[in-house]
Design a protein around this ligand. Structure first.
Ligand SMILES: *Cc1c(COP(=O)(O)O)cnc(C)c1O
Length: 227
């Protein structure tokens, strides 16, 4: 059996150590617990242990798990960390608190339109991160490096999105620190404070490079069952 509560404690300790070594305040690092592909009951165990910030990579899957979990734990915060199709924007905005994967003009426009619609009737404001394809991988989501500056500006200035940070997923098998350093540099150029980078295998390195959000799945919940 995977001991989720014990894993959370161990990872929070590693995060504290990494923050301390980097001379950073522990408060500046948030652990995003990624429960994707696992049943909602596993996230519930983490919630019961006091964890509040979670990530899911599919809107539809999150919709099967999170309405009941959020009802039981109203302080829970949900981050979308997977690609978002424009036809799912309404559902995503209704359920998620942070969308980490804004990566193309059509999506930025659809998000802006949905948020304008909501402005008329609710207070909910969705925080957005722009996903950067730092490894220029054709199969991966994220805006390409050469388009990143203009896209970030356009999200804020043309679409009025509340962009607070950047997110990246370095190519598998490559040294991640170059990608982390690059993401940080782009964020600094735009005065963005939040950096979502680092997963189970490399979150401590990411913290050394300034990660404010580390997205950790298997180290908390165990190996994912096949889809
Ligand atoms: C699955 C996933 C994670 C978590 O991966 P682990 O290696 O299990 O920690 C982090 N970020 C994204 C975008 C993911 O899809």
């Amino acid at each position: 059996m995977v001991d989720i509560a014990a894993n959370l404690i161990a990872i929070e300790e590693n995060i504290a150590d990494a923050a301390r070594s980097a001379g950073r305040n522990l408060e500046t690092v948030t652990l995003v617990a990624v429960g994707k592909a696992h049943p909602g009951e596993l996230s519930r165990v983490a919630l019961a242990a006091g964890h509040t910030v979670f990530g899911e990579n599919r809107v539809q899957e999150a919709e099967t798990k999170w309405p009941t979990l959020k009802a039981a734990y109203p302080d829970a915060q949900l981050h979308l960390i997977g690609p978002l199709q424009t036809n799912k924007v309404r559902h995503a905005v209704a359920l998620f608190d942070v969308i980490e994967t804004v990566d193309r003009p059509k999506l930025a426009a659809a998000l802006a339109k949905e948020m304008a619609r909501l402005d008329n009737c609710s207070e909910k404001r969705i925080e957005c991160f722009v996903q950067i394809n730092t490894g220029a991988e054709p199969q991966k989501a994220g805006v390409m490096l050469e388009d990143a500056d203009a896209f970030i500006e356009s999200c804020c200035n043309d679409h009025g999105l509340w962009v607070t940070g950047l997110m990246c997923i370095p190519p598998a098998g490559e040294e991640p620190s170059l990608h982390f350093a690059l993401l940080r540099k782009i964020a600094e150029r735009h005065g963005l404070k939040k950096l979502s980078m680092g997963m189970s295998a490399d979150y401590e390195i990411a913290i050394a490079f300034g990660a404010t959000h580390v997205r950790v799945g298997s180290a908390i919940f165990g190996d994912r069952p096949p889809r």
